[in-house]
Design a protein. Structure first.
Lengths: 272, 298
């Protein structure tokens, strides 16, 4: 009810020029979608969304896996470390966004202070106010939390990797990294599928942290589709066009869902 | 001859030495790993530490020395300010008014649908389940405009009602998924025995199934509470006035209002994080299990 009816309506509105007020609007066919083709902001938002998605596939997965490997089966101290690494998961993206603003601040931001200290002051800048770095900075802050999530799932996956297998591989003379690459990582495939699906879906939805840190700025340089949809609908009151952006976002999500379910089914057959 | 024995004893002592060295080098490796992990952990915890440290500093000190150093003297003044002038109490109450009912009701729905799908399958129940699970993935932006219109027409804009309703709706898929998977592990024979003894379906659910499913309920309660509490998108869309502001929205708008009052802001951030932190500390086991179980929602 809360999901299905609005989903259908979104498709409907995407063919209209509704402004968000009143009841009058015109049915304008595919005009909204035609308009996207030449809309610079839309192309920019698509490119940024893709960049975010790629980062979502690579960053949390790799770093999360490395930390999980380092912490897996290491005794009591590791358990404490795990909890501390988990911590960002329970924080709100609003809080995370706020503190990362302070990290990127031009004057007293942590990164700029560190750059000064190690003599790289030519690289100091207002990371969030610079169109060249704004989006990447937000993605980095977002990844900080996603890494923790990936780590949780990988650690759970690692408990199902039989110890005999890794020991056997090491006895056979495969070094640690070769064991990881050829034994552990293939066995972690179910966990990896979940991690990747989760981060990609989260990246497509991401709005809170972007709103908090840049609102898509400066000059829309860090807009993603979710932010553009919000801007068009609730700032410029072009609900029809906003709905069309939402439909595009839905289509991309649908592709991800289908790929995910295919993978899942493939895995089930593999394990049956 | 003597040379030969000499070389043999050399070999033996070399082997001896490696035998001793293996555990030593392994220990060194572990040590190195921990050093590395500690450095990483400190770097990783810096953002969280930054908020806490800043919340303990006076605004004068922040102005003088920035926020990335230890406070000279710890004071709770920021927490008092955030409470008295920053309306932290009101915002926290609003968040609770949304989070508690939405968490509870979505779990009730999840129990009912999950039980039905697991134990009383009907034609099409499998497709219904897949359909529900797919709901986990829908980006909220896709349904935002029609919901906005719907609640506007119903006169609920700028109240807490849309937030509660939307969180129930978006919570049902994950609750159903977790509960269905759990009920599927309980032998059907238990249900049948109870039915033969004269219990009706509701009694079976309440008296037999629910007591068994307490861990799953705990998993869902911790997850749902955390997600709903931390949400920011829906309050931005559905509320405007200060009286119905949730704590996350309050925190975000504080940034615009007094952009230099870092102390108050970080105190507010600490307030906003305390409930989920407490849940995390006390129910970590359930929380983590939930993340790895249902694990397709952000």
């Amino acid at each position: 009810m809360v999901v299905v009816y609005p989903l259908v309506s979104s498709f409907y509105y995407s063919f209209t020029d509704w402004n968000g007020f009143g009841e009058q609007y015109n049915f304008i066919g595919f005009d909204n979608f035609e308009r996207m083709k030449t809309d610079r902001l839309f192309r920019n938002a698509i490119e940024n969304t893709i960049l975010w998605t790629v980062a979502a596939v690579v960053v949390p997965t790799s770093i999360g896996l490395l930390i999980a490997l380092a912490l897996h089966e290491r005794g009591i101290l590791a358990r404490l470390y795990k909890s501390l690494f988990y911590l960002p998961i329970c924080l709100s993206l609003v809080v995370i966004g706020q503190v990362w603003i302070w990290i990127y601040q031009p004057g007293f931001g942590l990164i700029n202070i560190m750059l000064e200290k190690v003599g790289l002051s030519q690289y100091t800048r207002a990371f969030l106010a610079d169109p060249d770095t704004a989006l990447q900075s937000v993605i980095a802050a977002w990844s900080w939390q996603q890494i923790a999530l990936a780590m949780v799932i990988f650690l759970a996956g690692l408990t199902s990797v039989p110890k005999e297998l890794t020991e056997a591989a090491e006895i056979d003379g495969a070094g640690y990294w070769r064991t990881v690459r050829h034994v552990v990582v293939p066995l972690l495939r179910p966990a990896s599928v979940v991690v990747i699906a989760l981060s990609v879906i989260n990246s497509l939805k991401s709005f809170d942290i972007l709103y908090m840190m840049t609102r898509g700025g400066p000059f829309h340089s860090s807009d993603n589709l979710a932010m553009m949809m919000y801007n068009e609908s609730f700032q410029k009151y072009r609900m029809g066009y906003g709905s069309a952006v939402a439909v595009v976002l839905f289509m991309i999500t649908l592709v991800v869902i289908i790929v995910y379910f295919r993978q899942q089914r493939g895995l089930e057959q593999l394990y049956d | 001859m003597t040379e030969a024995t000499h070389s043999i004893s050399m070999k033996a002592s070399a082997a001896d030495a490696t035998a001793h060295r293996v555990p030593l080098s392994a220990r060194l490796k572990t040590l190195a790993l921990y050093v590395l992990l500690t450095v990483l952990l400190i770097l990783y915890s810096l953002p969280s530490l930054g908020v806490v440290l800043t919340s303990l500093k006076s605004n004068a000190e922040i102005g003088r020395e920035g926020i990335w150093n230890m406070p000279d003297t710890a004071s709770l003044q920021n927490f008092r300010d955030a409470w008295e002038t920053g309306n932290a109490g009101k915002y926290l109450a609003n968040s609770l008014k949304v989070t508690l009912p939405a968490t509870a009701i979505s779990i009730v729905f999840g129990v009912l649908t999950g039980y039905t799908l697991a134990k009383l399958p009907f034609r099409g129940s499998e497709s219904l389940f897949i359909f529900l699970v797919a709901g986990l993935f829908i980006p909220p932006q896709v349904v935002m405009i029609p919901l906005f219109r719907m609640f506007n027409r119903a006169g609920l804009y700028d109240t807490l009602w849309p937030l509660i309703i939307v969180h129930i709706g978006f919570g049902i898929p994950i609750c159903t998924l977790v509960m269905k998977n759990f009920f599927a592990t309980i032998p059907t024979a238990i249900r049948e025995a109870a039915i033969i003894d004269g219990a009706n379906e509701l009694r079976v659910l309440l008296r037999v199934m629910l007591p068994l499913s307490l861990p799953s309920l705990a998993v869902l309660a911790t997850l749902q509470f955390t997600w709903i509490w931390n949400d920011f998108l829906w309050p931005v869309i559905f509320t405007r006035s200060d009286d119905v502001r949730t704590v996350m929205f309050g925190l975000a708008s504080l940034r615009g209002q007094y952009s230099v009052a870092y102390g108050t802001q970080s105190a507010m951030a600490v307030y906003a994080s305390i409930p989920t932190l407490l849940i995390f500390i006390f129910f970590q086991k359930y929380f983590i299990r939930g993340l790895t179980l249902g694990s397709v929602k952000g």
